[in-house]
Design a protein around this ligand. Structure first.
Ligand code: IDP
Ligand code: MG
Length: 164
């Protein structure tokens, strides 16, 4: 099966990260709670100061942007780690983006993570994969080593995922 699970199925997976500003501000538990309480399943979690190479690859599509250097420094300077996670469940890639809210926190809808906890685009505390292809790339980049993702069965599954 693909590393991001099967698109559209209960096994779909997304990469979510609390960025260093979110960790520094003590918001890790708040972000985790949003996903946990919705019934998504945590299948990978670690605190990591990413290498420059990892951050540059992660944000590869933004390489030409004027803020790229600052973005990579902010992610990698070690003033706080990134808390990297993989969450699994129905439509979790798209839902994760909706729960996080718009890139610019001032445009983020009320109730979203960015609306609730931040003000500016350069310190928007959280990352989420924006497509199935991004999820595949990002999960393998951050959790590529064997054994870093855990397959497990939630005892709550039948209560969260049954349609009848
Ligand atoms: P996303 O995080 O909502 O997917 P992207 O456009 O992929 O947004 O940008 C990745 C990250 O780059 C943003 O979350 C933000 O941290 C940073 N970023 C994007 N645009 C700007 C900007 O104009 N100034 C500073 N940082 C930016
Ligand atoms: Mg993005």
């Amino acid at each position: 099966k693909p590393i991001a699970g099967v698109k559209g199925s209960f096994s779909e997976r997304t990469f979510i990260a609390v960025k260093p500003d979110g960790v520094q501000r003590g918001l890790v538990a708040k972000v985790i709670a949003r996903f946990e309480e919705r019934g998504y399943k945590l299948v990978g979690l670690k605190a990591i100061v990413p290498s420059k190479e990892l951050a540059e690859e992660h944000y590869g599509d933004l390489k030409s942007k004027p803020f790229f250097g600052g973005l990579v420094d902010y992610m990698t300077n070690g003033k706080a780690p990134v808390v990297a996670m993989v969450w699994e469940g129905k439509d979790v890639i798209r839902q994760g983006r909706v729960m996080i809210g718009a890139t610019n926190p001032l445009d983020a809808a009320p109730g979203t993570i960015r609306n609730s906890y931040c003000q500016v685009i350069g310190r928007n505390i959280v990352h989420g994969s924006d497509s199935f292809e991004s999820a595949e790339k990002e999960i393998s980049l951050w959790f590529g080593k064997a054994g870093e993702l855990i397959d497990w069965t939630s005892a709550n599954e039948q209560w969260i995922l049954s349609d009848n």
